[in-house]
Design a protein around this ligand. Sequence first.
Ligand code: ASP
Ligand code: MG
Length: 404
Amino acid sequence: MESPERIRNVARRVAKWHDAGHRMVVVPSAMAGETNRLIALAQELMPQPDQRELDMVTATGEQVSVGLLAMALMNLGKEAISFTGWQVPVLTDAAYTRARILSITGQRILDELDKGRIVIVAGFQGVNDKGDITTLGRGGSDTSAVAIAAALKADECLIYTDVDGVYTTDPRVVSDARRLKRITFEEMLEMASLGSKVLQTRSVEFAGNFRVPTRVLSSLTDPLMPLEEEVNLGTLITFEENTEMEQSVISGIAFSRSEARIMVIGVPDKPGIAFQILGAIAAAGIEVDMIIQNQSVDGIADFTFTVPRADYARAMDVLSSTVKQAIGARDIVGDAQVSKVSAIGVGMRSHVGVAARMFETLYREGINILMISTSEIKISVIIDEKYMELAVRALHKAFELESN
Ligand code: ASP
Ligand code: MG
């Protein structure tokens, strides 16, 4: 929602669903750019903003949205009522700026729905057990929406974004990327956590845990287009694997540009080393992704892992200030210009040779692989950032993902 006109369009779309007989709960996020603006404002007054106060500030973006959307609906002759997170309440833990939802009391929402009203609940925000406002992390309104859908046992959760569904890869990198009509929940979880920015990862976890049928749709289509047409334009997240013949082995190529690699070199090969290194990183609240410890030679090993690039400097600080001495590492070096590229697909379970195809493709492009990790349905590699787009394009082609 970036303008009054866009809000009016959201209202028209919601009214259309309501007119078709659906009881509607709407969970808007802030107006476009608003959360960034609020964070910048906070940083101007306190470079490392106090986290409780930051949530107090950033939660206002969604409060504005819900009120405005309620008015836009009223202006269309609909009965609507808006709530903040704490009014519902959406109860969270106390981790300001990245709180987790603990429970949602749906009664107030249900009471209003029973009166025939459209209920609008602020996304991204909740309240902790002290009664303080919390927020759920960037992109958190996705999670609010799915969690509320789960709490209310909604028939479906429709997520409207500014892309029209989930693609085989980011269309900005590969112009002939194809929209997926369906994707399994597991694949979606990998896609989200591997860097596709369509949905917040936690919202996909919620959808999985509570089996919320979730559909990703475009907010840019004509708000008055017929419902059946509209739902066909999105991507449905399913809980069964697609048995259709044309199901390909790989569903998508995900990437995360901004990774960093840290190598702790020459550590004694004995119990407790991984714990001391990663324990210190975890204590600093930094998320570690890939981890590799190589075979030790003469009782000395190297330990390599990746962190988000934004946390790289902090992670290096943590390690070089205390950990290096404590574990007796020879050196700690890093590389903040690496990216992760992943091939994802439940089809991998029943097909061999996927990894070989991926590695061959990268080899043919002359791309060196720095790290590899695999799971049942994905293969990820860390490569130099400057080859990232090349790798994504080559893999998209090698796995025949382009639109036909
Ligand atoms: N407004 C919040 C953000 O920008 C939440 C969201 O958009 O989902 O991160
Ligand atoms: Mg969002």
